[in-house]
Design a protein around this ligand. Structure first.
Ligand SMILES: *Cc1c(COP(=O)(O)O)cnc(C)c1O
Length: 378
């Protein structure tokens, strides 16, 4: 559930007072500056110089990222199989084919070894390299970024980071979404911060930012009349939504700290329960935002085909909203014909994993209650 700082209404009021109720304006510019400052900061190093474009959705940001990387009809793009469909769907919008790569068990994110196998096999089978790689930071957990980028660099394939769930997650002192050629943020209602609906694309510099803005505003060429030489999109964020975003940015760090605190409480509470493992960062240098805390059942009993769904129902009866982990894309009917390189990890996690309430309204009392109800129903 969204949690407002109180400043949102003030920025929205300003937009009305100054008659900026359009998909551009002072809130959009200021929100982009806030986001850039947030993403560019680094522990013990000079800030980066990346630029940010505010858009209508994270999905739009992925789509424009692919356009910027030249993804076209007939191309292949490597996607993480264990993710939300929005990571992969824009590949299809471009007439390209997603190639799914499974996860590794530590981060739940793209397995770098399997990534390389997939690249080699695609080159062998199609005679050309995949056009881009889209790693995901699921539930806010950084991926094995160094290892993935080492492979990407070796094969000279650009990386578009889907950091929609990893807003403010940190890897070796640097914010997720700033490692790749482009990075994606999402401000949908359920994400770390919200603009009611929205997203952003992190770009390498101001030239690419201008290009992204061009495609996001119907690709209007600089003529006194409407001249079009490319297909454009209506993907810009409105000045009203950006007002909400500015308000949210005043509490973004606080939100993240709260999610991290919730995760710590679950870790402590489930420490004694053998059959439950809380998913935590596998390396010291990964600082997840813990957007959602997730657990795995190790008892072989609480699985999607076993008792997991009835447990979810019991929790729902007790007013606790939980859900299974993402169903891998290679198991989705819509992607049944897409090439997939699997190792069983995402299928296993989908089968025995559960997302727990992790938002701003989850306090100590709620955590105790949630843990008690889960343990009572094992
Ligand atoms: C939410 C999400 C998106 C899409 O963002 P929207 O703003 O909802 O379009 C993309 N990828 C992942 C992994 C997400 O969780």
């Amino acid at each position: 559930m969204a949690h407002m700082s109180g400043k949102e209404q003030q920025y929205i009021q300003e937009a009305f007072d100054t008659n900026w109720v359009v998909p551009l304006g002072p809130n959009v510019n200021a929100f982009e500056e806030d986001l850039a400052a947030f993403a560019n900061r680094r522990d013990g190093a000079e800030p980066l110089q990346k630029q940010v474009v505010a858009l209508s959705a994270g999905t739009a940001a992925i789509h424009l990222g692919l356009i910027m990387l030249g993804v076209e009809k007939g191309d292949e793009v490597i996607c993480q199989s264990f993710t939300f469909a929005a990571s992969a769907n824009p590949v299809v919008y471009q007439g390209a084919t997603p190639v799914f790569v499974d996860s590794e068990p530590g981060t739940y994110n793209m397995d770098p070894q399997l990534l390389e196998e997939a690249i080699k096999d695609r080159i062998a089978k199609t005679g050309k390299k995949p056009k881009a790689i889209i790693p995901v930071y699921l539930y806010g957990m950084p991926a094995r970024i160094d290892e993935i980028f080492e492979v990407a660099k070796r094969y000279e394939i650009p990386v578009l980071e889907d950091a929609a769930e990893g807003f403010g997650s940190v890897y070796k002192g640097q914010v997720c979404g700033t490692f790749g050629d482009y990075g994606v943020m999402s401000f949908n209602g359920n994400k770390m911060i919200t603009t009611s609906g929205g997203g952003a694309l992190i770009c390498p510099d101001s030239d690419t930012k201008k290009r992204v803005m061009f495609y996001a505003t119907q690709a209007r060429e600089p003529f006194p009349y409407y001249q079009h030489e490319k297909i454009g999109y209506n993907y810009r964020m409105s000045n009203i939504c950006a007002g909400i975003g500015r308000g949210q940015m005043t509490v973004a760090d606080e939100h993240i700290r709260h999610h991290q605190w919730v995760h710590e409480q679950y870790e402590k509470a489930f420490a004694e329960i053998d059959v439950i493992t809380v998913h935590s960062a596998p390396e010291e240098y990964m600082k997840p935002n813990y957007w959602l805390s997730t657990i795995r059942f190790e008892d072989g009993k609480h699985t999607v085909d076993g008792e997991l769904l009835s447990l979810i129902q019991k929790l729902s009866d007790a007013n606790i909203e939980t859900r299974p982990l993402w169903k891998p894309m290679h198991l989705q009917p819509v992607y049944k014909d897409a090439p997939a390189y699997t190792n069983g990890v995402s299928e296993r996690l989908f089968s025995c994993g559960l997302c727990l309430p992790s938002g701003p309204y989850v306090r100590e009392e709620e955590i105790n209650y949630i843990v008690r109800i889960i343990v009572e129903n094992l």
